[in-house]
Ligand binder design. Structure first.
Ligand SMILES: Cc1cc2nc3c(=O)[nH]c(=O)nc-3n(C[C@H](O)[C@H](O)[C@H](O)COP(=O)(O)O)c2cc1C
Length: 322
């Protein structure tokens, strides 16, 4: 299957693994790239330029296919060393960067000068148009279903993707709620050139997370995610657990007066405890509604091969036969 995304990224299949904090390590990124998709290392999980450089080097020992690095711009008063992280990406010879969280305009000149393809992940058509206007090569359009930060507009992909198709001239991939061949074929029908998956890739053999994380997603249904931090306008879709229950109680009790300090015990620094140690109630962690469509733990290659072969059957038999 050739699309504008496979051509732009030099990959075999139009499937991208989105950046995921403490999940998007070299093991997963390399497995996705080796299976013909685009794997992505999560820059902020490494934290410093030196550690990111080491992770990029480690990934290169596991794959000779293209892979990317996610750079998430956080709403924080003490930002990480973004210029240093971007320099580590450039010095590491990485070919693709996935930006998210805020407009990447400041870093576009450096990234473009280094010949890096920039895919901006965003949750609104107006943000996608902004990304296009600052020179991004593609966008990942992240619907309300997504694990992580769906933004504040609450527009699901059945509306968001065709809206993006109507407005954008750069290629885009669907993101949020994508799990299988049905997701891919529907995305293509709505104008996308491929799809980005987060939660689905956590439940694979190669995902370098504790078995409890995979078991929690397998046990979850589409009813088991919650939206937290809405009053702070930093909405995150997470898997429900004891910490999320406490967090939502605080949101209810404190109302509009709530501050980030009030919920730090439920959100700060919980990712390593969950992803590495398997302490599933340690805090609120991102998970998509797509958990309801995840029922097995294939290798990344089995997953991607299955998606591509079932997509072929869907298109040639079900759709063409209607
Ligand atoms: C555990 C987890 C951590 C994530 N961390 C990040 C992150 O650090 N930066 C980012 O841009 N997106 C992050 N995301 C969002 C994913 O890249 C992707 O956009 C999202 O998972 C797509 O929705 P899906 O989970 O329904 O596939 C995260 C998602 C999950 C599930």
């Amino acid at each position: 299957m050739k699309t504008r995304i496979t051509e732009l990224l030099g990959i075999e299949h139009p499937i991208i693994q989105g950046g995921m904090h403490h999940v998007g390590l070299a093991e997963l990124a390399a497995a996705v790239s080796n299976a013909g998709g685009l794997g992505i290392i999560t820059g902020l999980t490494q934290g410093t330029p030196e550690k990111l450089s080491a992770e990029i080097a480690r990934c290169k020992t596991m794959t000779d296919k293209p892979f990317g690095v996610n750079i998430t711009f956080l709403p924080t008063t003490t930002p990480p060393d973004y210029p240093g992280l971007i320099q580590a990406v450039i010095d590491g010879g990485v070919k693709v960067v996935e930006t998210a969280g805020n407009n990447p305009a400041t870093y576009m000149p450096a990234l473009k000068e280094a010949g890096i393809v920039v895919i901006h992940k965003c949750t609104a058509v107006r943000h996608a148009l902004k990304a296009q206007s600052v020179g991004c090569d593609a966008v990942s359009v992240d619907g309300f279903e997504c694990g992580g930060h769906p933004g504040e507009d609450d527009i699901p992909n059945f509306i968001l993707l065709p809206r993006a198709a109507d407005e954008l001239s750069i290629p885009f991939v669907s993101s949020g709620g994508m799990a299988d061949a049905r997701s891919l074929v529907a995305s293509l029908a709505m104008g996308a050139e491929g799809m980005n998956m987060g939660t689905r890739f956590i439940v694979t053999q190669e995902a370098p997370v504790h078995e409890n994380v995979k078991a929690a997603i397998l046990a979850a249904t589409e009813l088991d995610t919650r939206l937290v931090m809405r009053p702070l306008r930093n909405t995150e879709r997470v898997l429900n657990n004891a910490a999320v229950g406490r967090l939502l109680e605080k949101e209810k009790a404190l109302g509009a007066d709530i501050k980030i300090e009030d919920i730090l015990p439920e959100v700060a620094g919980c990712y390593p405890k969950i992803m590495k140690d398997g302490d599933m109630d340690a805090g609120a962690w991102s998970c998509g509604m797509v958990a309801g469509l995840i029922h097995d733990v294939p290798t990344v290659k089995e997953l991607i091969d299955r998606i591509m072969s079932e997509a072929d059957t869907l298109i040639k038999e079900r759709l063409a036969g209607l």
